[in-house]
Design a protein around this ligand. Structure first.
Ligand code: SF4
Ligand code: SF4
Length: 736
């Protein structure tokens, strides 16, 4: 048979079969994700043009988040950009099935283009060699849970690396033979190198090699497409969509309210009957959440940064996402069958009629609770996974110990190259456990009760909120004391003291230091005193959205009534909640952290540090100040402004800072599994050799102080090591 006829017939058959299968798979994926998930009212169905351009140019084409990890980032960029450039050669290969010596129109024969194509073919090979080395060096079989690939599908990853090699190998081989058959292709240096190897085989052999390898090339690409659509490499198709629909600028900072299907935040006073109070089943997730699950690349960047995973808790953000995704796909036949008519009956249960027609595997999956105890599960080792990082498909999909281990530090969200919104999903599952199942760590019950009845998590009396005022030797203006019903015009800032700042001794020291510095700088401020109550942050992070809404509505009402405009806080959690979550309830204020205000007073020369503090100081970035609110510089300016201070950075700092362990309402929970997060962070601070550990959050203050005490008792820390808030450090220097 004529080689040209052979490749035309075979190429057509292969292309039709593979493209048909790919189209069918695309349809199934659309059904599972878009049709099975609840509406996603918190973002537009059609993103704005500026969002599309920004996400696709910066994150997808620019590979911004991937390049944050230099070596794997460059390797991925080589592979990604390579495939974009080689798109020209893919079109050519399909054309070559029917037309000999065919080139991409106009540019296909330009030597510069041919050079770039071959250059990227080489760079793709470099990329996969780097990937192979990274995978061998991070081999989970040797490193166990400390490999970022622990629990990832490593076999599939090796298959894909092999497929990428085959794409380049078949391309260069057919192009080498093509050069021998037809000449030309100046600039294609790699293909000419292959031509030199193939030339001695003679004309007829080169004709057959060209035909066979062009077919092989097209086949490899089409099979690769099918592998992509059936594996974790689905991200090739879904990642551009996922980043386009992700929360902008990211899913850090505020949590989203619970939305009802009509796009409005859920009205807790009169909720509709079919309202979802969080996520109790996979189909309670919104479609964007399901897209997140399908997009995970299993790269393990999140897992490698998670403080819970690093301290031997059963929580890995990657494995949580993978477990949810596996469950989603295992339930897919049921979800697809019920997508059009609703997946629940009138009682909110699974549609029994449809479920009865499913296979035993699907029915079994439908019966699994989404969250629950895996105690007694033979696959539950100390870390919740068997030696290979795999779960059994028995029992709950998510281990409750994993769910409650999250500190909501945001390291996973920060690191994820495809913008997966882990915290939102975990809090949604907590919401269901708290508000519908009443199944949560017992200690949280006390915190909820205290916030609800006393307005603070410690259960202290409101009258004690002003106790700290007796401990300073200057006057503090308390709202209402002089009969005012609005904040007076001469008051620049309302000082939101916060529950910790009012009741917790170490945090009270910060409150007093900030007040004294503001007083020294001549800033007029006022406090709310007994009018303050908990912002609701710990309740919200623990999943008690109802309690958060109550607290937040009360505070917004008060703040709006007294016409608060500028608010200064010492607690990053208050900063985040009052500044970024209260706008969801109509409370819009200019909220600053004390580090920002004090840094501006320093630059305006209203504060002058004079006394030298000749010590090595390291600074711990609080998650809700740094990662969640991007305030990294002002606290460092404060520390550096003190004469004599030598600021030493910890290895994990700024965006890669390690949580103190208190966030996500973990402050009020026992920590019985693994190492203590606060002690681990204290060790990282002690490793710098600093004699002072500077903090900028009352909860970090407590946690690192406790960690330091533990290490001192064990003789692992010098008695002179001290934990200080940046305000106290500054005050020490400002005071003569
Ligand atoms: S938010 Fe922090 S603790 Fe929670 S899963 Fe992500 S990295 Fe881990
Ligand atoms: S960083 Fe994102 S893509 Fe990578 S494993 Fe974690 S969730 Fe998946």
């Amino acid at each position: 048979m004529d080689p040209a006829l052979f490749r035309a017939i075979l190429g057509t058959v292969i292309a039709l079969v593979c493209l048909g299968l790919a189209a069918r798979r695309g349809q199934v994926l659309f059904g599972i994700i878009k049709k099975s998930g609840r509406p996603t009212p918190d973002r537009p169905e059609s993103p704005m043009a500026s969002t599309i351009v920004e996400t696709q140019s910066v994150e997808v084409l620019g590979q911004k988040k991937l390049l944050a990890w230099t070596v794997p980032g460059i390797a991925h960029a080589f592979a990604f950009w390579g495939f974009l450039v080689l798109g020209i050669t893919v079109v050519e290969a399909f054309g070559e099935i029917y037309m000999e010596n065919w080139y991409f129109p106009i540019i296909g024969t330009w030597p510069f283009i041919l050079f770039i194509e071959d250059l990227f073919a080489v760079l793709v090979l470099v990329g996969i060699v780097v990937f192979a080395i990274i995978r061998l060096r991070n081999n989970p079989a040797k490193q166990g849970r400390y490999s970022r690939f622990f629990g990832s599908h490593t076999g599939a990853a090796w298959i894909v690396l092999g497929m990428i090699f085959l794409v380049v190998f078949t391309l260069i081989t057919y192009r080498g033979a093509k050069i021998n058959n037809f000449g030309g292709m100046e600039g294609a240096f790699f293909s000419h190198w292959a031509a030199g190897i193939l030339e001695p085989l003679g004309h007829t052999a080169n004709e057959w090699i060209e035909s066979v390898f062009v077919i092989a090339h097209v086949t490899v690409i089409l099979v690769f497409l099918l592998i992509v659509l059936h594996s974790k490499h689905m991200h090739v198709a879904t990642a551009p969509l996922n980043v386009m629909f992700s929360r902008r600028p990211n899913a850090l900072g505020p949590l989203l309210p619970i939305y009802y299907n009509d796009g409005q935040p859920l009205n807790f006073e009169d909720p509709p009957e079919d309202a979802a109070f969080g996520v109790g089943r996979i189909e309670d997730f919104k479609w964007k959440d399901l897209l997140d699950l399908a997009t995970c690349t299993e790269c393990g960047r999140c897992q490698s940064q998670c403080p819970a995973w690093a301290t031997d808790k059963p929580l890995s953000p990657k494995l949580m996402i993978m477990d949810l995704r596996d469950h989603l796909f295992a339930e897919a036949p049921y979800l697809l069958a019920t997508a059009a008519k609703g997946n629940r009956d009138e009682f909110g249960e699974h549609n029994e009629e449809v479920a009865a027609k499913m296979s035993a595997t699907v029915t079994h999956e439908l019966e699994r609770p989404l969250v629950g105890s895996r105690e007694g599960d033979e696959h539950k080792s100390t870390d919740g996974y068997d030696a290979n990082g795999h779960r059994s498909h028995e029992g709950p999909v998510i281990d409750e110990d994993a769910l409650w281990s999250c500190t909501t530090c945001g390291a996973c969200v920060q690191q994820c190259p495809v913008d997966i919104e882990h915290i939102d999903h975990f809090v949604d599952m907590r919401r269901h456990m708290v508000m519908l199942e009443s199944d949560f760590p017992a200690e949280l019950g006390g915190m909820f009760k205290n916030v609800e009845q006393k307005g603070n998590p410690w259960g202290m009396n409101a009258s004690m909120r002003n106790d700290w005022i007796q401990e300073v030797d200057f006057d503090i203006r308390v709202f209402g004391m002089e009969g005012e019903d609005e904040i007076p015009d001469d008051v620049e800032y309302l000082f939101w003291v916060g529950c910790a700042g009012a009741y917790e001794d170490r945090a009270k020291a910060t409150t007093k230091a900030v007040a004294e510095l503001l007083h020294t700088a001549g800033v007029e401020f006022m406090v709310l005193g007994e009018g303050e109550t908990c912002t609701g942050d710990p309740a919200r992070r623990a999943g008690n959205e109802f309690l958060f809404q109550m607290q937040a509505m009360q505070n917004v009402e008060v703040l709006n009534e007294i016409k608060a405009k500028k608010i200064v806080v010492t607690c990053p959690h208050c900063l985040n909640t009052v500044g970024r979550e209260y706008p969801q309830l109509g409370g819009n204020y200019e909220v600053v952290h004390h580090s920002q205000l004090l840094a501006s007073l320093l630059s305006d020369k209203k504060l002058t540090p004079v006394k030298a503090v000749s010590e090595d100081v390291t600074y711990h970035d609080p998650c809700y100040l740094g990662r969640h609110n991007k305030i990294y510089v002002p606290p460092r300016e404060l520390v550096a402004s003190v004469p004599g201070v030598n600021l030493i950075e910890m290895e994990k700092s700024v965006e890669k800072s390690f949580c103190c362990g208190a966030g996500g309402a973990r402050m009020w929970m026992e920590e019985t599994i693994g190492e203590r997060v606060n002690v681990e962070r204290t060790d990282q601070a002690l490793a710098t050799g600093a004699s002072k550990i500077a903090v900028a959050c009352p909860f970090c203050n407590v946690m690192i102080n406790d960690g330091t005490t533990v290490r001192k008792q064990e003789g692992k820390a010098d008695e002179s090591v001290e934990v200080v808030d940046i305000a106290s450090l500054l005050l020490e220097s400002v005071k003569e």
